[in-house]
Design a protein around this ligand. Structure first.
Ligand code: 2HG
Ligand code: ZN
Length: 458
């Protein structure tokens, strides 16, 4: 007998509603839906339901609701805060079969798709039409649009283009009572009442299940240049950021990493060190335009030349990918060493250097064996604090780091969401009135607490 009693009646009704082959009760079939890629979160689902249409999603929600069975909503399962991983007694509702992708509307510069379409497929479809979807991050091949919207994903281009929210022209969602809310007309100007689309973006599946979306696109900027720059400190790297903002309209990303991350990635991936010497701080910069932006990147670098210790620039696709790989390989390289505590946070940009110093010294003082890796998106003050060493369930390091974030007036979640990982710390950076408002909205839209309970709000 499994640890959690399977409600056979529910399984049978779901099988009738969406097809028996899409109701997974066998532990081997469920396994891929029950743990996340960080290795920190796992759980046992009652079963996994894989509907193929919005109507089927609605049926699953109604059947679960009838029996009071809570639902863990899951897209590509690339989240890092445990939001999509089942808690005891939950059904996993996977959206990956909602994967139809419409033609690009070149006049409106929009495309409509199901929640289960991957970020990469949307980017490819847009590019075939001379357009682009400008939210981007390393998990593009598996992360799905529904998940991007539910978490308001950020990524490397947020400094130029904003987060996912800015690119959602409309959506469809199944609500907790099984009704379907549809706003897919893609009207850019639409002030008739509350912004319900905006409310659902970033709600982490707690207010409704995003099943379709109409996405905005932007003209493709085909000419790209990527530079890797080395500095003696992160303060020094600000000189380049300033210069890029002042002199390079084509500037779109400045991600950073430190010495320990560079060593880790080179060892794990077998990459050569990019420069003869190891340096304290590295920044990967990307510029993109209609015309080759290399000169603009070079001019900005010249303005910051006193701070730059070494540099490499690539304009061809392979060279650009190789430079990005030093940054984008952090996550997998860390996972190869253990289960990291991941804290995706923001602090005001000017505070990043002192924030990083405090994190390093306080974590090592509290946990002498811990290894601290800091990297992130420089333009946004978004630091990915990763700590190896403490056991996955130990909360000491999370508590310590998130309190430092609050001290600097930052946010406990920059771009990954709150999930279950940070729910207990929400009040560190959101005040009582805000949390009361969040609870009231949750109660109004999901009175039975069926959808992703325990995520965001405990
Ligand atoms: C990134 O920017 C992702 O690489 C993952 O947001 C961050 O590994 C992390 O903590
Ligand atoms: Zn990131």
């Amino acid at each position: 007998m499994s640890q959690i009693e399977l409600d056979q009646g529910l399984a049978d009704e779901l099988a009738e509603a969406i097809g028996a082959e899409h109701v997974l009760v066998d532990p081997d079939l469920r396994a891929g839906f029950e743990h996340d890629l960080t290795g920190r979160f796992d759980g046992q689902a009652l079963l996994v339901a894989r509907p193929a249409t919005s109507d089927e999603v609605s049926r699953v929600v109604r059947l679960c609701g009838k029996r009071g069975v809570p639902i863990a909503v899951q897209g590509g399962n690339t989240g890092m805060v445990g939001g999509a991983i089942p808690r005891p007694g939950e059904v996993v509702l996977s959206l990956v079969r909602l994967d139809d992708l419409g033609p690009v509307d070149t006049l409106a510069q929009q495309v409509e798709c199901g929640a289960g379409v991957t970020l990469e497929r949307v980017q490819e479809r847009a590019r075939e039409a001379g357009l682009d979807f400008p939210v981007d991050f390393a998990a593009r091949g598996s992360a799905t649009i529904g998940g991007l919207i539910a978490t308001n994903a950020g990524g490397s281009l947020a400094a130029r283009y904003g987060m996912t929210r800015a690119w959602v022209a409309g959506l469809e969602a199944v609500l907790a009572d099984g009704s379907i809310m549809r706003r897919l007309r893609g009207l850019l100007k639409d002030n008739a009442g509350y912004d319900l689309t905006g409310l659902l973006v970033g709600s982490e599946g707690t207010l409704g299940i995003v099943t379709r979306a109409r996405l905005r696109l932007t003209p493709l900027l085909p000419a790209r240049a990527v530079g890797l720059f080395a500095f003696a400190s992160i303060e020094d790297a600000f000189a380049l950021l300033d210069a890029l903002r002042a002199r390079a309209p084509s500037f779109q990303a400045a991600d950073y990493l430190h010495r320990e991350g560079m060593e880790l990635v080179c060892t794990h991936r077998g990459f050569p060190q990019p420069f003869r010497e190891l340096h304290d701080t590295y920044v990967v910069v990307e510029c993109a335009g209609q015309d080759d932006p290399t000169d603009e990147l070079g001019e900005a670098a010249a303005l910051a030349e006193d701070a730059i210790l070494d540099s490499a620039i690539a304009t061809d696709a392979d060279g650009r990918r190789a430079l990005w790989a030093y940054r984008e390989s952090h996550n997998e390289s860390l996972s190869s060493r253990g289960v990291p505590h991941k804290m995706d946070v923001t602090v005001p940009l000017a505070s990043v250097p002192s924030f990083e110093r405090d994190v390093r010294s306080e974590v090592v003082a509290a946990l002498p064996d811990a290894e601290v890796f800091l990297y992130g998106h420089l333009g946004d003050g978004n630091v990915h604090v990763n700590v190896l060493g403490p056991p996955p369930d130990d909360r000491t390091v999370d508590d310590l780091v998130l309190r430092i974030v609050a001290h600097y007036g930052g946010s406990i979640s920059a771009e990954h969401g709150v999930g279950v990982a940070k729910a207990r710390w929400l009040s560190l950076t959101r005040d009582d009135a805000e949390i009361a408002m969040m609870r009231a909205i949750k109660r109004a839209l999901d009175p039975q607490s069926l959808l992703n309970p325990g995520r965001i709000l405990v």
